[in-house]
Design a protein around this ligand. Structure first.
Ligand SMILES: Nc1ncnc2c1ncn2[C@@H]1O[C@H](COP(=O)(O)OP(=O)(O)OP(=O)(O)O)[C@@H](O)[C@H]1O
Length: 217
């Protein structure tokens, strides 16, 4: 469903990815691991259409992602992907519940229905009590759970998550991982997780290890 072939990406003189190829199936849970600086986030961003590789191809459902223009990639992300960034990246002026409702509102759903679904997603992630708060009034871990709720709420085909449990204690981390895995299994959603944490990687069907921008195993 999601494929990458011979990806290369550099930043100035730093080669972040070199010759990375992989294929991820529907409903598959894949952990991307490897040392700091090995290219994990860069790979996730290329797969999700956030940045474009200099060489190689990314396809989703047989359609090229990397050759789409910015508007095309934004539309694809909105329609088919859910993304959890390392630091939450919530809209600061909107409440937690409104942040979670955004993907539904962008998708043309009615306001009340979107807010109700957002509330249910917050409940499943154990942060319903944060619904009315602004992102600036949330802890790092609460923000991260709100960001996971936002990524899942619109029923994406793929969720990309960069260290989704980095700011969480082990109990909350487990809740987040169980909710991600439950949704992946129930909706045949693929899940691509960048992580340093072996416990998180243990939820995956497969682990892709990067070293110096290449797939090492
Ligand atoms: N925007 C950027 N500008 C310049 N260099 C960058 C940029 N993004 C990444 N890099 C470099 O590319 C390499 C890969 O970075 P990347 O963030 O993908 O690694 P990572 O494996 O996710 O690291 P970490 O585990 O520390 O988050 C690193 O050497 C990094 O310094």
């Amino acid at each position: 469903m999601l494929e990458a072939r011979a990806l290369r990406k550099s930043f100035g003189r730093t080669t972040a990815l070199e010759g990375v190829s992989l294929s991820i199936g529907e409903g598959e849970i894949v952990a991307i691991t490897g040392p700091s600086g090995s290219g994990k986030s860069t790979l996730l961003h290329c797969l999700a259409g956030i940045i474009r590789p200099e060489a190689g191809e990314v396809t989703f459902g047989g359609r090229r992602v990397d050759s789409l223009d910015d508007a095309g990639r934004t539309r694809l992300r909105r329609e088919s992907f859910g993304i959890v960034f390392q630091h939450g990246e919530l809209v600061p002026e909107l409440s937690a519940m409104e942040n979670v409702a955004l993907p539904l509102l962008f998708g043309g759903h009615a306001g009340q229905e979107s807010l109700r679904s957002a509330m249910e997603a917050l409940e499943r992630l154990g942060v319903a009590d944060c619904a009315e708060r602004l992102p600036g009034e949330l802890s790092g871990g609460q923000s991260q759970r709100v960001a996971v709720a936002r990524a899942l709420v619109a029923g994406p085909k793929v969720v990309f998550a960069d260290e989704p449990t980095g700011a969480l204690d082990s109990l909350a981390g487990e809740l987040v991982m169980k909710e991600l895995v439950r949704t992946a299994e129930a909706a045949r959603m693929a899940l691509v997780i960048v992580t340093h944490d072996n416990r998180v990687a243990s939820y995956a069907n497969r682990e892709i290890v990067l070293r110096d921008g290449r797939v090492a195993g």
